[in-house]
Design a protein around this ligand. Sequence first.
Ligand code: PEP
Length: 252
Amino acid sequence: MRKRLIAGNWKLNGDWSLCQQFIAAFAAEKPAKQQADVDVIVCPPAVYLARFAELIQSESSLLQLGAQDVSTEKQGAYTGEIAATMLSELAVGYGIAGHSERRHRFAETDQQVVNKMLNLFAANVTPIVCVGEPIEQREAGKAEDFIESQLIPVATALAEQGLNGRPMAIAYEPIWAVGTGKSATPEQAQSMHAYIRSVIARFIDTDELRVIYGGSVTPDNATALMAMPDIDGALIGGASLDPKQFVALANV
Ligand code: PEP
């Protein structure tokens, strides 16, 4: 039985006040679910990570911290970058690699996504690697081919680097569902999640691999999505900016 993973990605949103509201909401609402049932991750902009980490520790919150991105490099003359080792120093437990906005707006390549993932592993930060097809690929009946092409470099690196069994997650985020209000149906997501697991299983064991869904997840559609056997959690953008909705999502 894989432990559920609920991760909120604030993107370029939020402020210090929102960080405090999250701590307060999780303290006040007393989520029915506990850390034994679910990993609840919030990924604020990187500048808030250090203070957020202190607050989480002092309040013993259910929340854990994740980073939205990480450098492909380990250290050196890379102005503006943040290394995986710097994240682990701040008790950041998770790091997103290859979000579709990074792949498209910042032209991130599959190889860069792999390098980010490997840097996260090396720093003992659990990677959440995102894959997702554009609408054109889905409409052309080529969604699985597209996802496979994104997965092969990741799975090859996992096998070659001996990372079998190390905790990680794959986030299936169809681009047409991200930020559009148009979620994949539970059946569409389930079918792709099972496919993702089967592709990775050609390279490493997938019993513990968490495959989470992202794309317009809200408290209204989360229960049906999460009821699917291969959907191990969610990566949430818009709804993760509302503390009450995020508490509700943690409780699904
Ligand atoms: C995301 O950005 O990863 C995402 C899934 O966004 P949203 O929930 O707003 O669709």
